[in-house]
Design a protein around this ligand. Structure first.
Ligand code: SF4
Ligand code: SF4
Length: 372
């Protein structure tokens, strides 16, 4: 058995669904795109992931000779409808949790396997997973910028590692297999973030706006008003441009077994519970579940306030009135916005009551706008 075959077999054995190998040459098209749109992509280029460095895998591992691309189908089980439409499937699937959770544990096993064979590997900063998957021949691009893997659609968690051994990797051109006349993803995007085929402005993307700036230093704390209204019920991520896609239709219509963990979570992870959560709820319910909010409770409260405001549901008013008393300025400010969006006598009464006691200029501004 060759080393490549041995690696492939081990990866499949520990639960990955596809394994591919690609050359470790740079990704010049990605480098050019990042340079051309430097401001749009600053958060991911200069921030945590440093994608501008990773366009050359040898800047991560100077001895890199191949890329290993691992793919896991994260839509093998169904997602409770109480959570879809609020939290993106990639987050519900717990892809970003550390090595004491299943996906992180799988990655640790795989890294250990390589190390035991004396193979040097580099994974940080993050390598361009979608481009690497296309180069390895594992998938093709959609006009929504996602990679589509046969049998999986776009619900593919991709991990790329640079290694110092030659695994006979592929060097395929990135291609698309979208039907010629399809633009369903672009039409489905409520904010115009996806503004033309293969081009997305992350700063208008709902997913980007729901992230917590503490994890992503260049994500702004405040969400523009115009985007807030278009966020609908999303509080973490957004799947609309994947849900609209005919290339995902089969996957989305499949009868899949339920995910028992998520069925439990759906009982507690509600918008009102998140909006009014205390430290105990945050520590026991949010931290073990939603990776992006492990350090920043207030941002998830902000997003829950927006979603409740967008619901237009009068039943949310008492919860938002309670959030107007929250110690965090941000939570009070977005609760005021949401009450203004719902409107009505009870919402006005809550806003007027708080106006006389509020000392934050930011919150007072939101209250004034909400009352006009
Ligand atoms: S994730 Fe949502 S907001 Fe972002 S591009 Fe897709 S549809 Fe638009
Ligand atoms: S919605 Fe249509 S254009 Fe967009 S990714 Fe899917 S097939 Fe391609």
């Amino acid at each position: 058995m060759s080393l490549a075959e041995e690696i492939r077999e081990y990866a499949l054995d520990i639960g990955f669904d596809r394994v591919g190998f690609a050359s470790a040459e740079p990704f010049p098209q990605l480098a050019a795109a990042l340079e051309e749109r430097a401001e749009d992509y600053a958060w991911i280029s200069r921030g945590l992931l440093q994608l501008n460095k990773a366009v050359d895998p040898r800047s991560i591992l100077p001895s890199a000779r191949s890329l290993i691309v691992l793919i896991w189908d994260y839509h093998k089980q169904s997602f409770p409808q109480e959570l879809t439409g609020k939290i993106g499937r990639a987050y519900l699937a717990r892809l970003f949790l550390p090595k004491d959770r299943i996906f992180g544990a799988r990655l640790k096993l795989f890294r250990d396997f390589l190390k035991q064979r004396g193979i040097a590997l580099g994974t940080r900063p993050a390598l361009p997973d979608r481009q690497a998957a296309a180069r390895a021949g594992l998938g093709t691009f959609g006009r929504n910028t996602f990679i589509y893997v046969p049998g999986m659609g776009s619900f593919a968690a991709i991990v790329t590692m640079a290694v110092d051994v030659d695994l006979g990797g592929e060097s395929r051109e990135a291609i698309s297999r979208c039907p010629d006349d399809c633009g369903a993803c672009i039409r489905a995007c409520p904010t115009g973030a996806l503004y033309e085929p293969f081009r997305m402005n992350p700063r208008r993307c709902i997913a980007f706006n729901t992230y917590a700036p503490g994890n992503w230093p260049l994500v702004p704390e405040d969400i523009p008003r115009e985007i807030r209204e278009k966020m609908g019920s999303w509080i973490y991520g957004c799947d609309l441009c994947q849900e609209a896609c005919p290339r995902n239709r089969k996957k989305l219509q499949e009868k899949l077994p339920p995910d028992a963990y998520l069925l439990e979570k759906a009982k507690t992870i509600t918008l009102t519970n998140l909006l009014n959560m205390d430290e105990q709820f945050y520590l026991t319910q949010v931290q073990p579940f939603l990776y992006g909010y492990i350090w920043h409770k207030k941002f998830l409260q902000r997003n829950a306030a927006i979603a409740l405001g967008n619901s237009g549901d009068d039943a949310a008013v008492p919860h938002l009135a309670r959030a107007l008393e929250d110690p965090e300025e941000m939570v009070r400010a977005y609760a005021a916005w949401a009450l203004g969006r719902i409107g009505g006598a009870a919402a006005r009464a809550a806003l007027e009551s708080r106006r006389g006691r509020e000392d934050s200029a930011k919150v007072l501004e939101e209250i004034e706008i909400a009352l006009t």
